[in-house]
Each structure stands twice: as structure tokens, then as C-alpha cells.
Design a protein around this ligand. Sequence first.
Ligand SMILES: Cc1ncc(COP(=O)(O)O)c(C=O)c1O
Length: 420
Amino acid sequence: MSKLAIDGGIPVRSEQDSSPTHNFGEDDIKVISQVIKSGVLLKVPAGPEVAAFQDEYSKRYGIKYGVMVNSGTSAMHTCIGALNPDPGDEIITTAWTSGGSIIGILLQNCVPIFADIDETMCLDPAEVESKITSRTKAILVVNLMGNIANVRELRKIADKHGIYLIEDCCQSHFSEDNGVTAGSLADIAGVSFGGKHLNLGGGGMILTNNTELWDRARLFIDAALPRKTTSLDGQPYANYFLAPNYKVNEIMGAMGRVQLTKVDGYVDSKIRSANNIIEGLSDCKEITPQMVRPGVKHTYWGLRFTLDTEALNCTANEYAEAISAEGIPCAGPYLGTPEHGPLYKNPFLAEPNLYGNSRFPLDYNRETPIDYRKINNSFGENFMSKGIGFSMKPFFTEEYVGQIIEANKKVISSFKQKGN
Ligand SMILES: Cc1ncc(COP(=O)(O)O)c(C=O)c1O
């Protein structure tokens, strides 16, 4: 058995992979310079490039309307703002996601209620239904890593209880469930362009088939000003409700249109590499890939596995460090360890650090304020603490994919033997 690199042995790979994450080229530069030369950087409610990108992007999802904004966090905030909830309304969601999924809930003075996840690493529908109360306004499901949650079941639950379904597709551009694109079953969905499959170095999009939500989303991202083509068109100039400015400039729209022509290539390549890695490790029972439900096309923004840490005699972080030492960057549990991992353990919720020294909105119209220190999504905490992951890039070579498999096999066999 060869000695692990972490113990001074020869690494599987001597140099870090330096392949690019995206193909940015002359075509991007050309459209950006055209925008700058045009002198039109911003138009309201949307300039020609932003409007065209909104249209082209939402068409790719088979969704009627797209509204471009300056980040995924603002897209998710706008999804909440479009519903116009009352303070203290509850939104059921997952604790294993970026803070950007839920910050908008709190900024609208609503409260996130955390339901547990299942092996897909996304919300468990039964858990969600058990959390519904008279104050539940919506379910916010996050399609983690490019996977798709059981959104069909969540749609049924939302309809049964007369509440909204919001989908966070920030990590799941173009993922599909039996031919239906991520985001399509929700009332309103959000996407991020900050380092995701389609990457503009920032930016995001709201997607919806609902004309009223589309209208309110467009007003919400533009300080509720009476712009042409919105329902406030023709009203005197004024701010009509409390809303931020999340608009984007034309450069982002123009670059989005170019990147949209390349994104299929990125996605196909990542899926191919991920499937080859999963296949190559299929005989290692100590490492199990994120569960993908039948008929789901996972687009592998990230490739995550769960370890049998008992059989391997290690923690997920120890495993990740050993793989990284082999020259293959590997991350430990998503969002950190159980002590810091799920969002409800982050200081902004646990202390809480929300609005000054108050507990607002966690105590709004409630006899007992919500106390996130008492939350325990036990399945998720245990399951996600055993997770490791690899960032996926579209230009991985076959050699590199083979080395990812080799490094895992080397570490698995060594760790198993150490325990004997
Ligand atoms: C699931 C999810 N939601 C929301 C966001 C926030 O997106 P952004 O970073 O563009 O604000 C992210 C970003 O990583 C994310 O992964």
C-alpha cells in the first residue's frame, strides 16, 4: 500500500489543477465594450441587453418571466418581497444552504422555520408538512449542489395548505426532474450568477409564471417606482412601498447572453466528470454520492459524498485533508461541522444578531420567541457532518478525473487499514 501524501508519501498529483472554471473570451469582451461605447449603462425598468437576457434565460427554463438582479441573495429576497408577507409570517426552509437563501426572509421581517433534510441533501417533504402552522406563508426549497429536491411533493403540500412554493435554484441551473426544469414548479424561483454554472461574477434572476408576482418583483427591485410596463405605470413619481434597488447594468445583461450560449457545454462536461467519478468509486462502500431521485438530471455544481466515518476511522475533515494532500482539493462538511454548520447555529440566528439588541422578528406576535438554539434537525446534522465534496469544473481532463478516483481509493484503503 502506498504511503499517504499527508504522512510524507508521494501525492497522486504533484500540481494543483489550474483549469479555468468558465470560458471567458473575446466574445465577452466584445459585447461589454459595445455596451460601454453605446453610453447606455442602465435603463429602467430594463435596458435592451438586460431585457433580452431575461427573455432568453427564462425561455431556457420554459418559464414566462425573468427579472435580473444584482445577486442570488437579492433574487431570493425579491421572491419573498413579491409575496408581500406580514411581519412574523413563517417560511419553512432548510438549514443546509447559503445564508443568501434566507437573508431575504429576515429582511422582510419573516421567520425561517427549519425542516430537516433527507439523503438528497434537500428538504424532506414529510418534515416540511409537519411544520406548517396557521402562520406559514411559504415553503422555500433549495436544490443543493445541482440536485433537485422532491419539489413535486412539496408542490402538492403547498397547494393542499394554500401556501406559496419558492425554489432556490442558485446552485441548480438547468437541472431537471423528469424533463421539467428546476424552478418551473414553484410560484417563484431565484437563481445566482455569482460563480455558478452561469457566472457573471455576481448577479441573479427571479423566474416566475405568475403575472402578479412578476409585476411586484419588478417593482420590488426598483424601489417601487412607477415605471413603464409595470402596474404603477402612469402614477405620479413616488416610492409606492418599501423596496430596495437591486437593478443591474447593461454590461451584466450583455455578458449573460454570451455566457448562456456556453453554459450547456459547462454543464454537460461537469455531469460527465461527476458520473465518471461516481462510477469509478462505485465499488467503495465507504463513500456514497448525494442521492439523486429517479428521473432527476443533477447538474453537479458540486459533487458531494457521505462517508462511512466509522469504517474509515476518521472524521470527514480528516478525510478531506488527506485527499487534498494528494493534490486534489477536497472540502469537508458543507457549511462546516455540526457545531457551526446548519444555519440555525450561525450567530445571526442563534444569538440572535438581527436588529440591534432586539429579538425582532422572532418575538413578533408570539408569546414565546423563536429560539434557534433549541432547533435540532437530527438527521441532517448527523448526515451532513459526514460529508465531503469536490468543486466541479468544465475543463477537467480524463487524467484528472482518474486521479480524483485514485486519490479516494488510496485514502480509503489506507484509513481502513489504520483502524485494523
Ligand atoms: C443556494 C444558494 N442560495 C443563495 C445564494 C446567494 O447567491 P449570491 O452569492 O449570488 O448572493 C447562494 C450563493 O452561493 C447559494 O448557493
